[in-house]
Design a protein around this ligand. Structure first.
Ligand SMILES: [Zn+2]
Length: 487
């Protein structure tokens, strides 16, 4: 049987996190009542003139630099003409022949190893409004439209057809999301549509270099949908080709409920859009000085930071990846270590109790009620032996719901570990005298009984005795023998 391979390229639309729209001063905030963030410019009134938002251009440059692109000193806005109810001007202002940036390269870890994907271009454009097909009593007869999203700035990132599997495509999209969110140019919120992906996919026999006919699967707004839609579409195309048929060039939609892609329309060609330069906007000029200014404010990127954190703090690769999943997490981790915590202990708390508590409370790491200094304080108490690990978990929960330090909680509630030899020896003696059977079993050679006796001492001290000390003293008492000096 002939083997086939998939050829995949992605087009990713990412909202830029500017406060105002790309060509007018309207707010970009999500979730406002419909048609309240609108003006003559973003409603497409005749004669209203667009003015480009400089921050949107800077954000686009920032993203393009992180993707290894060259920035074009001059780029041109163009009109992309098509009719749709959510596009009141009858055209979208985008970039066509001269985009903001081009020729980038991104490396990422796919499920089957390291991969490289070329970036064809990054261009600026405006988003359209939103058609509302449901949610109204007359939705069976009418479609409503909300123009709040009309004019929200976007970058479109177009990749080369360098991806070869659905899983790699999903991993790449996830990697790209991490970079955009890390740069703070996009909020990564795929449910609200701030980040969406179209996939171009074709199949060919392994070894062939010519491209097969591609289809475009539109509007995939999760990594899982992207992967499942591509898996289905690749299988469908292979079946068509194997059966002697030809794949039709078309735009398809992913039907989440049925788990299939369905034909939407025949694919448009660029000439269908009758692109021409936007006469109402001057060319965008991004000179060297501007690039350098933006470059100088770029953060250390995710891969570089993960590698540095792993090396500098001698963390296992898994831990380093976990504590650098976002810039906020990485900042929190490094601040905790800077406040005196051992790196491995800090990572353990972040991946364990802190992650759990934040998730339960629905709070992001940068708003954590327990700040790095207080977490380091808790870790210090454990390292010093002031409290045991088990007690520390309870102390942490109290820290999370108050602004008290670990030391203050331990002091106020008398939680400090009992390390005093006399005090522990007294408890040990009592447990030994009360548990004659277990003691006899231990002395008869049943070593596992020791654990039970340690547990009894810990219970008697409310979990506060230093377990190591309890162990030592118990062994000493038991090994003294029935007729020994202990009695
Ligand atoms: Zn407006």
């Amino acid at each position: 049987m002939t083997e086939y391979e998939a050829v995949i390229g992605l087009e990713i639309h990412a909202h830029l996190r500017t406060l105002s729209k790309i060509f007018c001063g309207c707010s970009t905030a999500f979730g406002a009542p419909p048609n309240t963030h609108v003006c003559p410019v973003c409603l497409g009134f005749p004669g209203a003139l667009p003015v480009v938002n400089r921050t949107a251009v800077d954000d686009g440059v920032r993203a393009a630099l992180a993707l290894g692109c060259g920035i074009n000193e001059i780029s041109i806005f163009a009109r992309k003409n098509y009719f749709y109810p959510d596009l009141p001007k009858g055209y979208q202002i985008s970039q066509y022949e001269r985009p903001l940036a081009s020729r980038g390269l991104v490396e990422f870890d796919g499920p089957a190893g390291s991969r490289r994907v070329g970036i064809t271009r990054v261009h600026l454009e405006e988003d359209a409004g939103k058609s509302l097909h449901e949610g109204f009593s007359d939705s069976d007869r009418k479609t409503y439209v909300d123009f709040n999203r009309s004019g929200v700035p976007l970058i479109e990132i177009v990749t080369e057809p360098d991806l070869r599997s659905a899983a790699d495509a999903a991993a790449f999209f996830s990697h790209l999301r991490q970079i955009l969110v890390w740069l703070d140019v996009n909020d990564g919120n795929m449910e609200e549509g701030s980040l969406r992906c179209d996939a171009n996919v074709s199949v060919r026999r392994v070894g062939e270099t010519a491209l097969g006919t591609k289809t475009e699967v539109k509007n995939l707004n999760s990594f899982r949908f992207l992967q499942r839609a591509l898996e289905y579409e690749i299988g469908r195309q292979i079946d068509v080709v194997r059966g002697g048929g030809r794949v039709a060039q078309e735009t398809r939609l992913w039907d989440t409920a049925e788990g299939v892609t369905v034909s939407m329309r025949s694919k448009e060609e660029a000439h269908d859009y009758r692109y021409f330069p936007e006469p109402d906007l001057p060319p965008v000029v991004v000179d060297e000085a501007r690039i350098e200014r933006i470059q100088s404010t770029m953060p250390e990127l995710p891969d570089a930071r993960r590698a540095r954190v792993a090396a500098a703090y001698a963390l296992p690769a898994y831990d380093a990846a976990q504590v650098t999943q976002s810039r906020a997490l990485a900042d929190y981790f490094e601040a905790t270590v800077a406040a005196g915590a051992a790196a491995k202990a800090a990572a353990n708390w972040m991946m364990g109790e802190l992650a759990r508590a934040l998730k339960e409370a629905g709070v992001a790491i940068d708003r954590s009620p327990v700040d790095p200094g207080r977490l380091a304080g808790l870790i210090a108490l454990i390292e010093k032996g002031t409290i045991s690990g088990a007690i520390a978990k309870g102390v942490f929960d109290k820290m999370f719901s108050s602004d008290r330090s670990a030391a203050a909680i331990v002091e106020a509630e008398g939680l400090a570990q009992i390390d005093d030899e006399k005090e522990i020896a007294a408890q040990v003696a009592e447990v030994v005298s009360k548990n004659g059977d277990a003691v006899a079993q231990f002395r008869a050679g049943k070593a596992s009984t020791l654990g039970f006796l340690v547990g009894q001492v810990m219970k008697a001290t409310g979990g506060k005795a230093n377990p190591k000390r309890v162990n030592e003293l118990l062994k000493k008492a038991l090994e003294a023998g029935p007729a020994g000096g202990a009695g």
